[in-house]
Design a protein around this ligand. Structure first.
Ligand code: PHB
Length: 404
């Protein structure tokens, strides 16, 4: 099993849960003819491997969770349902809308389901909330979205890896471009009021002001509860800002961008942000209201490369014509890193898998080739994207590169 010494330091109630979890697994194992046993031997042990997929199946970020499920499933479909040559048993758990749901779901995967590793996590607050669960249990977590800086920064764990981005990086990439775009005029900043929103705006503000940009004002809107953005949009307009920089994702991004268009602001104050603002199903729902928005992201399904075209075609074929998103790619790549790590790991302990993750090298991804940096985040470039009308569809056209 993957539990290390840290588990013994836990309060008694949690220790009991571990014992119950072991009984539960043994029962399931009995019914299923031992198919859920964790492989325990060395490289040549080809028994099944149990992996947790922790994504929002409910709440404002549930569309993102769906994309992540699809990305992970597509990788498995293309690899005979195997990771590291072992049959993959995927256990899903609902992250929900925040740590109240996300932390117990992670705890269940680790303690009750006894997965060998977990991938997923959309929300930064959940990533921060589950950090100790994985670190103490010595179970690898491959974060395939949440950008919380602290997960790989000051409070890093050897068991936590990330195939997505960090909140500072994806926004810092955009600062100089926006500063140039507004040519000395001020910009208003808006974001969802939780860990990710704060870090994203801080990351942008740093490089934007360093490039000579001025801030007209900033506000944080209650996360998951704000449906009427009018007061914030009125404040932005009255501030005299020449543009707005905003972080919203999922269903919040749909409401925000539609209202921005309805209030006639798109022409007066161009809208910029990290790419989550106009990604995937969100963009389809925003429709024409999103045209002209410029964003920074490490992926667009419009990327004109053979690797991406192949991926887009395979994804469409697998999911009834749906287009992949950054969330699908991050999760597809999480499966790829886990596959490579399990191939080379000396056994399937959390320590062995984590060590092997450090040696997976280049990942040939639909976003372009990337690799883990020493801090466990991807070393990757960011694209400048602009929402354009293309026939009947609105798409994120890649109009430039923003560097690493
Ligand atoms: C986050 O909470 O880190 C987060 C959530 C949704 C996104 C991006 C980042 O689209």
């Amino acid at each position: 099993m993957n539990h290390g010494g840290g588990i013994f330091a836990r309060p008694r109630r949690q220790a009991t849960m571990v014992t119950l979890g072991a009984t539960f697994t043994a029962l399931v194992t009995g019914c299923a003819g031992s198919s859920l046993d964790q492989p325990s031997g060395g490289k040549d042990d080809k028994g099944p491997v149990k992996v947790g997929l922790l994504v929002p199946l409910s709440g404002v970020y549930s569309p993102l969770g769906k994309d992540m499920k699809n990305g992970f499933q597509l990788y498995l479909k293309e690899h005979d349902g195997k990771l590291g040559g072992r049959k993959a048993e995927v256990v899903e758990a609902d992250e929900g809308e925040g740590p109240q749901t996300g932390v117990p779901a992670a705890t269940k995967l680790v303690q009750q389901d006894k997965v060998a590793a977990v991938t997923g996590v959309v929300n930064s607050a959940v990533a921060l909330g589950v950090r100790d669960t994985f670190d103490e249990a010595k179970v690898p977590l491959i974060v395939s979205n949440a950008g919380a800086d602290g997960i790989t920064g000051a409070n890093a764990s050897q068991f936590i890896w990330r195939t997505s981005f960090n909140n500072t990086g994806v926004n810092a990439a955009m600062g100089p471009t926006v500063a140039k775009g507004v040519a000395g005029k001020p910009v208003y900043l808006l974001a969802a009021d939780y860990a990710a929103g704060k870090e994203m705006i801080a990351g942008f503000k740093k490089t934007f002001t360093e490039a000579g940009g001025k801030v007209a004002g900033e506000q944080y809107t209650p996360f998951g509860k704000t449906q009427d953005f009018q007061p914030y949009l009125t404040a932005a307009e009255r501030s005299g800002a020449a543009a707005v920089y905003a972080f919203y994702a999922g269903t919040e991004a749909v409401g925000f961008v539609k209202q921005y268009g309805q209030f006639g602001l798109s022409k007066k104050m161009p809208l910029y942000g990290p790419g989550f603002l106009t990604e995937g199903g969100v963009l389809t729902a925003q429709g024409a209201a999103a045209v002209g928005i410029k964003t920074s992201l490490h992926y667009s399904n419009q990327l004109d490369t053979p690797e991406n075209k192949k991926f887009v075609d395979a994804y469409k074929a697998a999911f009834e014509g749906a287009l992949p998103t950054v969330y699908s790619v991050q999760s597809y790549d999480a499966a790829a890193t886990l596959d490579k790590a399990l191939q080379s790991a000396e056994g399937a302990s959390g320590e062995a898998i984590s060590k092997a993750l450090g040696g997976v090298g280049d990942i040939a991804s639909p976003r372009g080739t990337w690799r883990f940096a020493p801090n466990h985040d991807p070393e990757q470039k960011y694209y400048l994207r602009e929402v354009q009308q293309k026939g009947d569809a609105v798409v994120n056209t890649v109009v430039g590169e923003l560097g690493k």
